[in-house]
Write a protein that binds this ligand. Sequence first.
Ligand code: SF4
Ligand code: FES
Length: 236
Amino acid sequence: MSQMIQFTIDGVEVTGQTGQTIMQAADAAGIYIPRLCFLKGLSPYGACRVCTVMVNGRPQTACTQPIANDMVVENDTAALLEVRRSIVEMLYVEGNHFCMFCEVSGKCELQALGYRFKMMVPKYPFQYPDREIDASHPDLFIDRSRCVLCARCIRSSKELDGKNAYGFVGRGPSKKIAFNSAEGLAGTEASVDDKAAEACPVGTILKKDTAFRVPYGQRKYDAQPIGSEIEATKPQ
Ligand code: SF4
Ligand code: FES
């Protein structure tokens, strides 16, 4: 039987239930903790560390850390903002994120985090990776140069679509998104209607037919900052 758990986030009393993570309890309380590899409905992955919070003075990922009574969580601090901004900056320079040309500009979570964190010019050098694209699928296009290795497509394909179309190969800088077929994505069961085709937070998985259907300027994060839908639910 679940029990109530009380703790604080930035000094605000939060009540959650046993089994919840910090992020789940924060979301329910209308407190936004930035995230990138987390996607509601999928098992947590804990890879990007954008959701790093301080728990009783120690860094933890909010998407994986269970809540406990009397826990003291810090989320909205200058130091954590700097950590998160640095992570986003690193992800920007590791890929080819040219927002002005990108199909997902305005609905990209990485771009929206950059705006939220007031990122200006990244302090790291751009790497301009040359990674192969996969256009083999009739309805989907894969640009690996924008992949942030969040595994949202992999988890969605397995956990929500009941398929196993996507995976990773390689290690370290060579790690990249791959498909469960030697023929590329076209050789898998992947479909444009899959949850996995919706799960990508950046512009790696693109739908060929619907690209640019919503014009720039009318996309989700053109109208509201990322996280504002959670903050709007905070009790006054
Ligand atoms: S293709 Fe998209 S969803 Fe899949 S790992 Fe890369 S960034 Fe994440
Ligand atoms: S959102 Fe928690 S580690 Fe990525």
